[in-house]
Design a protein around this ligand. Structure first.
Ligand code: UT7
Length: 335
């Protein structure tokens, strides 16, 4: 029986820093409001003059992860790419990574689970590695939100939150039963699908319909979020799915070395920390600098924590996510 271990990790964020004051020059908002409600001080937004795309940012993060693992792209047996902002409507960016990195003609799977996308992708990778089917699986989360946000006051409730970037890991086969991914837990509740969604253009609202109506009030091609509603569900589901992971493995919150939650809102992370009685050293947050990068947020945070020496061999690392769908998920890892 094999186990699966993260052997390499990396991230990439665009250079262009957008502060809260920069946003205040585009719409009616303030640095105070954004910091108080979300904890965010600045985020990275792609400069459209660069070649940054979900695929290219994901590729840069992936290459770092592959190098950190001491591997080359030829060693990769499968690609999993999580994003809600693909370069194209189809195909998804997994195949672009195959080309950009010159990986063999291996399978490339695109995951559409938004903020939970990276943990969903990691869970899929875990199954392929543990069964012995693949030895090294690349899991990428990458987002380019800034191009598709409503940058007027109308969109301020959502636009100030989101940032761009990418993170990646290599999940590799191991025969050490004490290390690696201990368990993953995936959930969904589709009745909330429209509470956090980007409705069109899509099959239920095609482009020709949008053009035909030519309605200046139509905002269906911008993301919509019922913020308070999402917030209330998030805090409950985060705690539930972390507890589920701990219970499955006979562990308790005090055993967690580092919780890396999806960076949705600093207030959500702080709420979970208080409810689970975790110390500041047990929770990693970087939303202050990057905003909410959806599928990229966990691998970016995990990569930074690892680079800062906050994840060490033998540590118990817990990943947890919640978002559009609703979907939520966790993974417990012995590093
Ligand atoms: O990552 C996926 C999961 N996502 C989440 O978990 C996000 C969950 N939700 C949230 O993080 C928060 O609900 C938000 C940060 C989105 C909003 O914070 P809030 O404390 O729930 O504010 P609110 O939506 O209740 O809005 C309060 C007020 C409103 O004004 P009125 O109606 O009280 O006059 C808004 O119009 O704040 C106003 N407002 C703003 N004011 C300045 C909304 N956005 C802004 C803004 N700047 N950017």
């Amino acid at each position: 029986m094999y186990t699966s271990q993260i052997t390499g990790i990396g991230h990439y964020v665009p250079e262009n820093v957008v502060t809260n004051n920069d946003l205040a020059s585009m719409m009616e908002t303030t640095d105070e409001w954004i910091q108080e409600r979300t904890g965010i001080q600045e985020r990275r937004w792609v400069d459209p003059k660069t070649d940054d795309m979900p695929s290219t940012m994901g590729t840069k993060a992936a290459l770092k992860a592959i190098e950190n693992a001491g591997l080359t792209p030829e060693d990769i047996d499968f690609i999993i790419f999580a994003t809600l902002s693909p370069d194209y409507y189809f195909p998804g960016p997994g195949v672009q990574v195959q080309e950009l990195l010159g990986i063999r003609e291996v399978g490339a799977l695109d995951v559409r689970n938004q903020c939970s996308g990276f943990v969903y992708g990691l869970s899929v990778a875990d199954q392929f590695v543990k069964t012995g089917m693949y030895k090294h699986v690349l899991v990428i989360g990458s987002e380019y939100h800034s191009g598709g946000l409503d940058k007027t006051t109308r969109g301020r409730g959502i636009t100030v939150i989101f940032g761009d970037g990418a993170g990646a890991v290599v999940l590799s086969r191991s025969e050490n039963p004490k290390k690696g991914i201990l368990s993953t837990h995936l959930h969904s509740e589709g009745k909330h699908a429209r509470e956090l969604a980007l409705i069109s253009p899509a099959t239920c609202h095609w482009v020709d319909e949008i053009i035909e109506k030519n309605d200046p009030e139509d905002t269906s091609y911008y993301p919509y979020m019922n913020g308070n509603y999402v917030f209330k569900h998030a805090v409950t589901r985060f705690e539930e799915v972390i507890t589920e992971a701990l219970n499955t493995n006979g562990l308790s919150a005090s055993d967690i070395s580092l919780l890396v939650p999806h960076q949705a809102n600093l207030r959500i992370s702080q709420f979970i920390q208080r409810k689970m009685r975790l110390s500041d050293n047990q929770v990693y947050n970087n939303i202050m600098r990057y905003g909410n990068t959806t599928a990229a947020s966990i691998p970016i945070a995990m990569s930074e924590a690892w680079m800062e020496g906050k994840i060490k061999e033998g540590d118990l690392v817990c990943l947890a996510a919640f978002g559009s769908g609703f979907t939520w998920a966790s993974a417990l890892i012995r590093w």
